[in-house]
Design a protein around this ligand. Structure first.
Ligand SMILES: *Cc1c(COP(=O)(O)O)cnc(C)c1O
Length: 376
C-alpha cells in the first residue's frame, strides 16, 4: 500500500491522464484498443533481448509471437520470401535508425538524402551514424521535390545514394513517390543505391488499402520502418523494422551471456509490445484492419468538409488521415493537443476517434472563431 499522500498523488495523476486522453486528436495514435485480456502478463518480466529469430537462454520472452507479427508485416509489405529479417522495435525512430545503420554498413561513404519535411529524429540518427547527408526541398504538400533531388544527386554522382523516403510526413502526411525517385536515380545512372522508407505514420494502412504510390519491397525499398502504437494501437510505444536479410548479415555478434545474437539496436527489448500487436492482428484480422482504415479515411473527409463548410482553408493530401488547417488559438491547441508548425496545425483521424469527438472539437473551434471576430 502506498502512503496516503503518495496515493493521492497517484490518483490525481491517473485522473489527469484520463482527462487528457479525452482530448487527443492531434497525434496519430489509435484509441480503440483493448488489451485487458493480456493484463496478467504485466506481472511477468518478459524480455526479447537480442535477435528475434535466435532463441535466448533468457527464456521468459515472447519471441514466438514476435515472429508471427514480423511474418504478418513481411507479407503485408511483400518482403522477398526467405530474404527478409526484422524485429519489433521501440518505435518508428528506432526502425529508421536501424535501416540507416544497415545502409551505412553497406555503403560507408554513401550520402543520405531526405526531404526537409522528414521527422526530426532522422537528422539525429544521421548524426549518430556519422553519415554525410543532404536535405532536399519539399513541395508545398510536403512531398519531396524530385527536381531538387536530381540536382543534388548529380553533384555527388561519385558517392552511393541512400534515400530516406517518407510514407506519410509528420505534419501533412505527404508520401514520397518511390517510382519517381527510382526514375531520377536511373536517369543519372546511379549504381549504388539504397532506399529506406520511413513508413512510421502511414505505412500500415496504406499497405492494407493498397494506396498509391506503392512503397514496399515490391516497389523497390530495401528496408522500412513502421510504428505499432500509431495505426495498430498500443499502450507502449512500439514498431517494426524490416530489412533485406542479405544486407544485414554483417551486423550482429553472438553473445554467450544471452545465448543469442546481438543484432538489434537496444539490448533488452520489450517483450510485451509484440504481444499487443499480435493480439490486435489476430483479433481484428486483415479484414477488420482494412475496415478500420476505411472508416478513418471517411472520418478525415467528414472533418475536411466540416472545416470547408465553416469557410476555413483546410486541406488534406490524397487518401490521408491528416487534415491540415491554419493554427487556431493557443487555448484550443493546448486543450486538444494540436501539433503546430509554420502556422499550420493538424488533426489526425485515427481509429477510435469518433465523429462525435470531432463535433465536440468543432463546437470549441466555432466559439474560438467568433471570439476572434469580436476582438477585431
Ligand atoms: C511518428 C513518426 C516517426 C517516429 O516514430 P516513433 O514511433 O514515434 O519513434 C518517424 N517518422 C514519422 C513520419 C512519424 O510520423
Amino acid at each position: 500500500m502506498l502512503k496516503k499522500p503518495d496515493n493521492e498523488r497517484l490518483m490525481a495523476y491517473m485522473e489527469k491522464a484520463k482527462e487528457r486522453s479525452e482530448y487527443f486528436i492531434g497525434y496519430p495514435i489509435a484509441q480503440d484498443f483493448d488489451y485487458s485480456e493480456l493484463y496478467p502478463l504485466l506481472k511477468l518480466p518478459l524480455n526479447n533481448v537480442g535477435d528475434p529469430q535466435v532463441e535466448s537462454t533468457y527464456d521468459l520472452n515472447s519471441r514466438s509471437l514476435e515472429q508471427e507479427v514480423l511474418q504478418f508485416f513481411a507479407d503485408l509489405f511483400h518482403a522477398p520470401t526467405d530474404n527478409w529479417w526484422g524485429y519489433v522495435t521501440n518505435g518508428g525512430s528506432e526502425g529508421n535508425l536501424y535501416g540507416l545503420y544497415v545502409a551505412r554498413e553497406l555503403y560507408p561513404n554513401g550520402v543520405v538524402y531526405y526531404s526537409e519535411a522528414t521527422h526530426y529524429s532522422v537528422q539525429k540518427n544521421i548524426q549518430l551514424l556519422n553519415c554525410q547527408s543532404i536535405v532536399i526541398r519539399k513541395q508545398e504538400n510536403g512531398e519531396m521535390d524530385y527536381e531538387d533531388l536530381r540536382q543534388m544527386v548529380q553533384m555527388n554522382r561519385d558517392k552511393p545514394v541512400i534515400i530516406l523516403a517518407n510514407i506519410g510526413t509528420t505534419m501533412t502526411e505527404a508520401k514520397d513517390d518511390l517510382a519517381r525517385i527510382k526514375q531520377t536515380l536511373a536517369s543519372l545512372a546511379v549504381k549504388n543505391q539504397y532506399i529506406h522508407c520511413d513508413a512510421a505514420l502511414a505505412g500500415t494502412y496504406s499497405a492494407l488499402l493498397n494506396l498509391e504510390p506503392g512503397f514496399d519491397f515490391a516497389h523497390g525499398c530495401d528496408s522500412l520502418a513502421i510504428s505499432g502504437h500509431k495505426f495498430i494501437g498500443s499502450p507502449i510505444p512500439c514498431g517494426v523494422v524490416l530489412v533485406k536479410k542479405n544486407y544485414k548479415e554483417r551486423i550482429g555478434k553472438a553473445i554467450p551471456y544471452i545465448g543469442t545474437v546481438d543484432t538489434t539496436i537496444t539490448g533488452s527489448r520489450n517483450g510485451h509490445s509484440p504481444i499487443f500487436m499480435w493480439y490486435a492482428i489476430k483479433k481484428l484480422g486483415i479484414e477488420g484492419l482494412k475496415q478500420r482504415a476505411i472508416e478513418s479515411l471517411e472520418t478525415a473527409q467528414y472533418v475536411l468538409n466540416r472545416f470547408k463548410e465553416m469557410g476555413v482553408n483546410a486541406w488534406c493530401n490524397p487518401s490521408a488521415l491528416t487534415v491540415v488547417f491554419p493554427a487556431p488559438s493557443l487555448a484550443l491547441k493546448v486543450k486538444w493537443q494540436l501539433a503546430t508548425e509554420d502556422g499550420m496545425s493538424h488533426v489526425i483521424c485515427m481509429p477510435g476517434i469518433s465523429r462525435a469527438k470531432f463535433d465536440e472539437f468543432f463546437a470549441d473551434y466555432e466559439l474560438s472563431l467568433s471570439a476572434e471576430k469580436t476582438l477585431v
